[in-house]
Ligand binder design. Structure first.
Ligand code: NAD
Length: 269
């Protein structure tokens, strides 16, 4: 976080739901928003991570964090998790639909239906359910900000061979975000979608490589290095800065925007 941002208190009195809050981009965003005054509901599948974060944030500011063990692709659990958040914090202002997996990577004919469906269900259905159950509470508030984490894959980049399920979900999230932005504008609810390039997180733990993937790779000769601006992958905190901007009133006239955050990576590939 930059020193100027650290001094800001953009989220005092606001409540945010952050999915995938236990690690990487979601975790960095939860920390930043809590430091800037937000109450944060930490939604994640891996509860050990979010309960440790919950304790850390509640030490920072009393009762500002609530960890909820939830699979974002499970409709009943998501509805209950949102209900608990409202019961605990009273209302909702910000939704960060961020949970995602890399999932199965391989030649299309080698991917099983369950490989395909798993990636769809976490990345795409999970995003749908996150919005479905939170929108009524943003409408109650009379305004709100939703941010969805997509990727450069499926949007500006199509050279991650074997990543067709992942890339399809990430393209779908952009269409969904833009549809939602238009549908919700009259309720003063903004919806923006971010497309990160490589960011140092734990996401690679969720990749399931099929050994035949090498057969479909088309060799591409890159210039040296992959992220010219940063000379390496970005940091989760860089993405948290962008998400916080989009969540705050500083971006009050921005909705339906698709923002690439990749240190120029996708301009090379
Ligand atoms: P990460 O693995 O560090 O964090 C993701 C978190 O989401 C984990 O804590 C995981 O437990 C949680 N999660 C996964 N499935 C879930 C589910 N069904 N329900 C609830 N929680 C679930 O990864 P990250 O890089 O921080 O990923 C966050 C988002 O960023 C993802 O949507 C990912 O596709 C996207 N993204 C990441 C990169 C990158 O290079 N790291 C690049 C582009 C886009």
């Amino acid at each position: 976080m930059s020193p100027n941002i650290a001094k800001k208190q953009r989220f005092v009195g606001k409540t945010a739901i952050i999915t995938g809050a236990g690690s990487g981009i979601g975790r960095a965003t939860a920390i930043q928003m809590a430091r800037e005054g937000a109450n944060v509901a930490l939604f994640d599948l891996v509860n050990e991570r979010t309960s440790v974060l919950e304790q850390k944030l509640n030490k920072l500011r009393k009762d500002c964090a609530l960890a909820i063990d939830v699979d974002t692709s499970d409709a009943e659990r998501m509805e209950e998790a949102v209900r608990r958040t409202i019961e605990h914090f009273g209302s909702l202002d910000i939704v960060f639909a961020n949970a995602g997996i890399n999932g199965a990577v391989g030649p299309i004919e080698e991917l099983s239906l369950s490989d395909w469906e798993r990636t769809m269900s976490v990345n795409l259905t999970g995003t749908f359910l996150t919005l479905k159950y939170t929108i009524p509470h943003l409408k109650d508030k009379g305004k709100g900000s939703i941010i969805i984490t997509s990727s450069i894959n499926g949007n500006t980049r199509f050279t991650s061979f074997g990543w067709s399920p992942y890339s399809t979900t990430k393209a779908g999230q952009v269409a969904f975000a833009k549809m939602a932005a238009l549908e919700l504008a009259k309720f003063k609810i903004r919806v923006n979608v971010i497309c990160p390039g490589a960011i140092s997180t734990n996401i690679d733990e969720t990749t399931e490589f099929n050994e035949d993937v090498e057969e479909i790779v088309i060799p591409i000769e890159f210039p040296e290095g992959a992220q010219p601006l940063a000379d390496g992958p970005g940091k989760a905190e860089n993405v948290a800065d962008l998400v916080s901007f989009l969540a705050s009133d500083e971006s009050i006239h921005i909705t339906g925007a698709q923002i690439v955050i990749d240190g120029a990576e996708s301009l090379l590939s």
